[in-house]
Design a protein around this ligand. Structure first.
Ligand code: SF4
Ligand code: SF4
Length: 366
């Protein structure tokens, strides 16, 4: 419907209108880049122009007042231009090399964001970058864990890895607060995923009033749901349910939250890039840790234990899955000190075996 006087369907502002003039001038004509130090990347164009991209960690959730502070800083140091990265770090563009440290100090002082989150593949020295994460208890209705709280607790513990290049390879940590996995957890080196451990308790009245029964039943990946025609509701076979929460996404009458039993699984060995090795889905290695707000000490301890065991043993450029490719899962569990239990044996029956025959990679020969 077109409403008179209301402009619609106009899309985002055209990005080229928002580029720093040096970037606009040299667009698609770059010669090389060089990582000067953690957080600072020098980019040199064919024209001879040089621009320094300076990266800072952010908590992703920002006050509009913080955005305004960042705008003031961008006006002062990067001619009014800035950008965010795909992992929610913020970057400024500096043409005068002598101003880089002033920018770093001012960002630290005004908004408390650390400079870092970069890596240098040419030297084989890597920083830990931001944790891609989700809404958690701040805004979603389906989480099993919080997002912002855990991210803060983990990054506090691993802070030194963000500000320095101390790791042997890339390590992406991501978090999703439920199995919907909004974001990148299914293909991250270390992934934290919110899970439930109790089946839904159907609220017949809410189901009758608010749920489309056939599509709710069809949402269950294990066929644990059946329509109950007599009572115009849904029945759960708890023996078949593995607490994914998908039926609650469909139907407000199927809540399954249980504060004592909700928590996080930790997965490892996911990878997105095609460098050296094809992409990979992350694998569960810790079936459950409890929610322990505000610092989640058990979860943080496991994440640190895994990251440091990998970092101490991996070769240069060898991401977590590549390390496991080399040493095998038996040694992985031994070195990380984790316990292998029956929970880690895949029993998700619905995924067709032939998906594993598809090439989920851009690695191929012409
Ligand atoms: S991962 Fe789940 S709980 Fe978290 S934001 Fe996405 S849908 Fe909501
Ligand atoms: S929680 Fe998942 S497995 Fe259990 S009944 Fe609902 S959709 Fe099915």
């Amino acid at each position: 419907m077109v409403v008179e006087g209301v402009k619609t369907d106009f899309g985002p502002p055209y990005y080229k209108d928002l580029l720093h003039p040096v970037i606009a001038k040299n667009y698609g004509k770059w010669k090389y880049h060089e990582v000067v130090k953690p957080g600072v990347i020098k980019r040199v164009a064919e024209s001879g122009d040089t621009i320094y991209v300076v990266r800072f960690g952010t908590p992703r959730l920002l006050s509009i007042y913080t955005v305004r502070e960042l705008c003031d800083i961008a006006d002062k140091y990067s001619d009014g231009y800035l950008r965010w990265t795909s992992r929610n770090n913020v970057e400024f563009f500096v043409t005068d090399e002598s101003k880089i440290d002033d920018l770093i100090n001012e960002v630290q002082e005004k908004v408390g964001f650390p400079c870092g989150g970069t890596w240098d593949a040419s030297k084989g020295e890597y920083g830990l970058t931001n944790i891609v994460h989700t809404q958690g208890w701040i805004h979603c209705h389906t989480p099993a864990i919080d997002a912002s709280g855990i991210v803060k607790a983990v990054m506090d513990e691993l802070y030194e890895y963000f500000t320095e290049h101390k790791l042997p390879a890339l390590c992406r940590i991501s978090l999703a607060c439920c199995a919907n996995m909004c974001g990148a957890v299914h293909a991250s080196d270390i992934a934290i995923v919110g899970i439930h451990r109790t089946p839904p308790m159907p609220d017949d009245d809410a189901i009758r009033r608010t749920c489309e029964i056939p599509s709710t039943v069809a949402a269950c990946p294990t066929g644990a749901l059946k329509p109950d025609m007599k009572n115009k509701t849904i029945k759960v076979d708890v023996e078949k349910c593995m607490y994914c929460g998908n039926c609650y996404t469909m139907c407000p009458g199927m809540p399954l939250f249980d504060p004592e039993n909700d928590g996080a699984a930790i997965m490892v060995g996911g990878k997105l890039s095609d460098a050296r090795r094809a992409p990979e889905l992350s694998k569960v290695v810790v079936p459950w840790v409890p929610n322990e707000p505000p610092r989640w000490p058990t979860l943080v301890k496991y994440v640190k234990q895994i990251l440091e065991a990998w970092a101490a043993n991996a070769n240069k450029h060898e991401r977590l899955i590549e390390w496991v490719d080399r040493i095998g899962w038996e040694r992985f569990f031994e070195i990380t000190g984790l316990e292998f239990t029956q929970h880690l044996i895949d029993d998700y029956r619905i995924t067709p075996y032939f998906y594993s025959e598809f090439r989920a990679s851009t690695q191929f020969r012409w």
